[in-house]
Design a protein around this ligand. Structure first.
Ligand SMILES: C[C@H](O)[C@H](O)[C@H]1CNc2nc(N)[nH]c(=O)c2N1
Ligand SMILES: N[C@@H](Cc1ccccc1)C(=O)O
Ligand SMILES: [Fe+2]
Length: 277
């Protein structure tokens, strides 16, 4: 987590719920050019790597036209699909307000853009990651409901001192998740899909470890934040992910996990099931 700054209190200009005005006119011509470059090369490169659900949702961003999207235009279009909207925040915010926004179908998006030196990979989640990476999946009804169920589970976890388990679930699904699809493997995680370099690595590299998704295994698996993940988890379907999160009482899982050591990034565990096609 070295490079990424997590805010502890809302800085000036940021509301108590961590949201801030997008202030679209603040973005420079260079920012808009970088955005267009990112969208063009990333959209071009994702065929064969990205889940169809993601590719379908990407249309909504392309419809927004060139330049960094104005949320005043984008949000009504997103809202019409699944009821979700984007709310600008200064960067990585604490868990509790993050869960609260998700539970209310508001997706927090960082209100700054990476520089042209980080087109392939950024160590820090920025506006390109949050909009290009996350927004397309928010237009998928099953995934959209999963993320609400996740936010509610997060709020419950906060009261149980178990938020870190949920943080790991998020990282290994919403951010770096793979899915069995079209007789192969596709990426649906936003941390992959906003980075060409890591998407290609996760889907194709023989050196990437891919395990079958297992809820408890995922919840005890630590992750890297500023480098490629050593292990990826593959789900069978978004329906399965929704069911696991929506209908599960996590309390006994947390109780069991508290007795087990955390697994370091890339560490193997008894019972690991490598993903096979
Ligand atoms: C839920 C999980 O723990 C995760 O680290 C949260 C915390 N705060 C965040 N804040 C923002 N803006 N974006 C994120 O993806 C997250 N992730
Ligand atoms: N690596 C991602 C950004 C990111 C960092 C950390 C966690 C999630 C996403 C990108 O290049 O877009
Ligand atoms: Fe993200």
């Amino acid at each position: 987590m070295a490079a990424t700054h997590v805010f502890e209190a809302p800085p000036a200009g940021v509301a108590a719920d961590w949201t801030m005005p997008q202030n679209w006119s603040q973005f420079s011509a260079d920012d808009h050019r970088t955005w267009d470059q990112l969208v063009a090369r990333q959209s071009q490169a994702l065929g064969g790597f990205a889940s169809q659900a993601f590719l379908d949702g990407l249309d909504i961003l392309h419809l927004a036209g060139p330049g960094i999207p104005d949320l005043a235009d984008l949000n009504p279009r997103l809202k019409a699909t699944t009821g979700w909207e984007i709310v600008p925040v200064p960067g990585v915010i604490p868990n509790e307000p993050f869960f609260r926004h998700l539970a209310a179908r508001r997706f927090p998006a960082a209100n700054f853009l990476r520089g042209p030196d980080s087109l392939d990979y950024s160590e820090e989640p920025d506006m390109f990651h949050d909009l290009f990476g996350h927004l397309p999946m928010l237009t998928n009804p099953v995934f959209a409901d999963f993320l609400v169920a996740y936010g509610k589970a997060g709020l419950r976890a906060e009261t149980l001192g178990a938020a870190d388990y949920l943080g790991r679930l998020y990282l290994h699904t919403v951010e770096f998740g793979l899915v069995r699809e079209a007789g192969g493997i596709r990426a649906y995680g936003a941390g992959l899909l906003s980075s060409i370099a890591e998407t290609v690595h996760a889907v194709t590299s023989p050196g990437a470890r891919r395990l079958r998704f297992d809820l408890a295994r995922v919840m005890r698996s630590d992750y890297l934040f500023d480098d490629f993940q050593p292990t990826y988890f593959v789900i069978e379907s978004f329906e399965h992910l929704l069911k696991e999160t929506d209908e599960t009482d996590f309390t006994p899982i947390y109780a069991r996990l508290k007795e087990l050591p955390l697994l370091a990034p890339g560490e193997t565990a008894e019972g690991d099931s490598p993903f096979t096609l």
